[in-house]
Design a protein around this ligand. Structure first.
Ligand code: PLP
Length: 420
């Protein structure tokens, strides 16, 4: 377009933008929260137990009382099936997997990993952070003063050439954040080759651990388009690295976020190390909630059926955003976006230097997005181009408006950039 054409377009886009401002929208697409209809799907969980219920679990434990440090056997069975690991390799925790990740770093910091020097006694600790990634992961490592190193994401997972090189060279690198399936925010799933390369890593640090956050393991959007991963614990064992991974999951986005059940799957050596800490930390987690979840779902098929109902609620939301972007932005060369088969997010790439302005324009017209930069360590997106879109919470009608406004803001900010 010529300068004059761009100026004309800018005037038209500004007029359209003002109309949005007059609509006084107030929508929030900033966090990956389930919507009310999704929460309603699990309300029967509340009816599973009442004052007449027998709260004795399968091994005779009275769930109302103290005890059972690492989880009810039937909860380990159910969550183990979901995490593709044997019950023996599982610890059932409390209500949040993020909390378990924090706890793993905290324990490594104060007491070390399996007899290695506690990290607090070392000069420097570093961490690999595939980007864009999950802001709360980066928040934990930042809080502990751990130096974060960006690793570019690809559609197959993190850049493994770089991961292999860095971990083999630098003993200060103690871990990596991974969201292997339907990653936050791109919705990418690691290829078999990526998982195998992870399992075969040869880290300089003996206490290096892969933080494998399988938060979206069963969160498919479609019946006929589902990403499948090979299982990391099994691969690590085969590769002679049985202790290299901590795998996390929870039922937060299956039942109720904040009132679900979280778990860790790892090797028996790691479990022993962790339980040595846990026994000083708690007498046991919420067994009543574990029992409620087990009696509600019964087995993995129960979880899968439940997740199909979630998908029916949120699939149209992803589709309206994707359709709007296709109609408004396809082929213009001013943005690209992911089309995931599952998870909770769509990731958008603007032209360089435009993300903050797009987010700010949307906010001024009443649509709150995740802050630009949040998907990078220290909130620093070097290209200022990534925006995380969380379509699950608003209604389809609101999303249609919000996606329209978003596309308009992308156009306006891009035209302004081209006129600079
Ligand atoms: N991990 C990832 C990748 C997430 O996206 C989220 C929530 O958005 C969580 C963990 C939080 O899990 P929890 O509720 O089990 O703490």
């Amino acid at each position: 377009m010529s300068k004059e054409e761009l100026e004309q377009l800018r005037a038209e886009l500004k007029a359209a933008y003002r109309k949005y401002q007059d609509m006084e929208l107030s929508l929030n697409m900033s966090r990956g929260k389930p919507c009310k209809e999704q929460l309603d799907l699990s309300m029967e969980l509340m009816d599973i137990l009442n004052s007449d219920s027998d709260l004795t679990c399968e091994d005779g434990t009275d769930c109302r009382n103290y005890g059972v440090l690492d989880g009810l056997p039937e909860a380990k069975e159910l969550i183990g099936a979901m995490m593709e690991n044997k019950p023996d390799n599982i610890i059932i925790y409390g209500n949040s997997s993020l909390n378990v990740m924090y706890d793993c770093i905290s324990r490594s910091y104060t007491h070390g990993v399996m007899g290695n020097t506690p990290w607090c006694k070392l000069d420097k600790i570093k961490w690999l952070c595939p980007v864009p990634g999950y802001d709360r992961h980066f928040g934990i490592t930042e809080y502990f003063g751990i130096e974060m190193i960006n690793i570019p994401m690809t559609e197959q997972g993190p850049d493994m050439d770089l991961v292999e090189k860095l971990v083999s060279e630098d003993e200060a690198i103690k871990g990596i954040w991974c969201v292997p399936k339907y990653s936050n925010p791109q919705g990418y799933s690691y290829s078999d080759e990526t998982v195998r390369r992870f399992a075969r890593l040869a880290p300089a640090a003996k206490d290096f651990r892969i933080y494998w956050d399988n938060a979206y393991g069963v969160h498919h959007l479609y019946d006929d388009r589902q990403d499948q991963l090979i299982e990391i614990l099994h691969e690590c064992k085969k590769a002679g690295n049985p202790d290299m991974v901590y795998k996390f999951a929870s039922t937060s986005k299956i039942t109720f976020p904040g009132s679900g059940v979280a778990a860790l799957a790892t090797s028996l050596n790691n479990l022993e190390d962790i339980k040595n800490q846990m026994k000083n930390q708690t007498i046991g987690h919420d067994k009543v909630n574990q029992l409620r979840h087990v009696r509600y779902f019964k087995d993995l098929d129960g979880i899968r059926a439940h997740m199909r109902r979630h998908a029916d609620v949120i699939r149209p939301k992803f589709e309206i955003v994707e359709r709007t972007f296709d109609e408004q932005l396809e082929g213009l060369g001013i943005g690209s976006w992911t089309v995931p088969n599952g998870g909770y997010f769509i990731s958008f790439e603007t032209l360089e230097g435009c993300a903050k302005k797009v987010v700010s324009r949307c906010k001024k017209a009443g649509v709150t997005l995740t802050g630009a930069g949040a998907t990078y360590p220290y909130h620093r997106d070097p290209a200022d181009s990534n925006i995380r879109i969380a379509p699950t919470y608003p209604s389809v009608e609101d999303l249609a408006k919000a996606a329209d406004l978003f596309a308009l803001c992308v156009k306006l900010v891009s035209v302004e950039k081209l006129l600079e």
